[in-house]
Ligand binder design. Structure first.
Ligand SMILES: [Zn+2]
Length: 71
C-alpha cells in the first residue's frame, strides 16, 4: 500500500518524496539524481496521496533541523 514513498537523500540526508514506480528523483537540496530502488534508499514512510507525503516530508525536515544531521 502507499502510492508515494518518503525517503532520505543518500548524499545530504534531506527527506523528500516520490511517486511509487518513479525511477529517479532529484534532491532539491544537493541536486543529486537519486535512483529510487528499495535496496539503496532508506524509506521512511509511505503515503496514499501527495499532500500526505508532503506533510510527512515537512515533519521529517523539521525534526532534522532541530536535531541536526541524523545520517
Ligand atoms: Zn541531497
Amino acid at each position: 500500500m502507499g502510492r508515494y514513498i518518503i525517503f532520505l537523500c543518500p548524499r545530504c540526508g534531506m527527506p523528500r518524496y516520490a511517486r511509487k514506480g518513479q525511477k529517479t528523483a532529484k534532491c532539491f537540496y544537493c541536486g543529486l539524481q537519486i535512483r529510487i530502488s528499495s535496496a539503496r534508499i532508506r524509506v521512511l514512510a509511505r503515503a496514499e496521496d501527495s499532500r500526505t507525503a508532503r506533510e510527512i516530508v515537512e515533519k521529517y525536515k523539521a525534526r532534522k533541523i532541530s536535531h541536526g544531521k541524523f545520517l
